[in-house]
Design a protein around this ligand. Structure first.
Ligand code: NAP
Length: 310
């Protein structure tokens, strides 16, 4: 079978560093074009456009697009790509709002094209194993820590501090996307605090308390971009006393001190494996659960000012 002809829209950190190399090495995809508003010097192995609409109109042979822009413009781009009959892979968080989720899902269903929302942290073997272990269990304790220094991964990204830009939730939603995938019950936000730096519309640090089955249960997620050292981990203790420990952005899984999974970052090759399978089978995969947690955090959370210079 010949590879699917794909174009990448948005070539920044993630488009250049993850999507292009993975597509180049993948047997089921062939890069034919890209679009971003300011051209890049890099030879991407396909034709470069400044306007994705011009690309869609000029390159009818494109079968699929990967949208790697910031989230606020993805809905419009996805709808235009779907209208042109293309299969669509969306970087995370797929959209800025739940309404966009529903509109694009419906458009893809009507057009009969594949849609994949690539919550990349869900594409780890550890996630599948943790989900199996937790099935049918109750969680008595949950502690998610998703901390890093924002200047390392998000230097110069003005969009991240603007409304719809997510701030620290852009990174924290990766941990939340693991939780929504592995926990046996839906995550219910009870209270939250969002710390907003001066001049920003989005938080630099967020604390979320979730409602457990019992009042004494402590279910908490903290994400902080003011920390010099990165730590991304999840600890879960079940009512029956089992302890799951997922450090290294959730790629390692220990159960009661025994290592079950410890692997390198294979998330993006697996996303493209899944995309190829979905296109072949005519399916779609678009999970809105992580964005529901983000939306609920804003709905019940209180905002407090923060002095960090951004
Ligand atoms: P970025 O470095 O700011 O890159 C965004 C890219 O989108 C730029 O190339 C920008 O180029 C392009 N763009 C913006 N609007 C566009 C439009 N209307 N049409 C075409 N291109 C457009 O951001 P990033 O870090 O790659 O993040 C992008 C997404 O990937 C975010 O949702 C983020 O959560 C996700 N992600 C990022 C990382 C990471 O480590 N950075 C990891 C995983 C996932 P022009 O301004 O020239 O158009």
């Amino acid at each position: 079978m010949s590879p699917y002809r794909i174009a990448v829209i948005g070539l920044g950190e993630i488009g250049l560093k993850r999507h292009l190399p993975v597509i180049a090495a993948h047997p089921n995809f062939e890069i034919v074009a890209s679009a971003k508003r300011h051209p890049v010097a890099t030879d991407i192995g396909g034709r470069q456009y400044r306007d994705y609409r011009e690309m869609l109109a000029s390159e009818p042979a494109i079968e699929a697009v990967a949208i790697c822009t910031p989230p606020d413009v993805r809905c419009r781009i996805a709808l235009d790509a779907i209208a042109a009959g293309k299969h669509v892979l969306l970087e995370k968080p797929p959209f800025s709002t739940l309404g966009e989720f529903r509109r694009v899902r419906l458009a893809a269903e009507r057009a009969g094209v594949t849609l994949l929302g690539g919550w990349h942290s869900q594409f780890n073997v550890s996630v599948d194993r943790a989900r199996d272990i937790l099935a049918g269990q109750q969680v008595a304790k949950l502690e998610m820590v998703w901390n890093e220094d924002f200047t390392v991964y998000h230097a110069g990204q003005e969009w991240i501090w603007q409304a719809g830009g997510f701030g620290v939730l852009d990174a924290g939603v990766n941990g939340l996307s693991i939780l929504t995938e592995i926990l046996p019950e839906p995550l219910v936000v009870r209270a939250a605090t969002l710390r907003i730096p001066r001049g920003a519309q989005t938080p630099i640090a967020v604390d979320i308390d979730f409602a457990g089955a019992h009042d004494e249960d402590r279910l908490h997620a903290g994400m902080d971009w003011r920390t010099p050292t990165a730590e991304r981990s999840i600890e879960i203790v079940t009512r029956s006393g089992q302890r799951l420990w997922m450090p290294n952005s959730g790629r390692r899984l220990e159960l009661d001190g025994t290592v079950l999974v410890d692997e390198d970052n294979m998330e993006y090759p697996r996303i493209y494996d899944r995309f190829a399978k979905l296109i072949a089978s005519g399916g779609s995969q678009l999970d809105e659960a992580p964005l529901v947690v983000v939306a609920d955090t804003w709905l019940v959370g209180r905002t407090v000012p923060d002095d960090t210079a951004i």
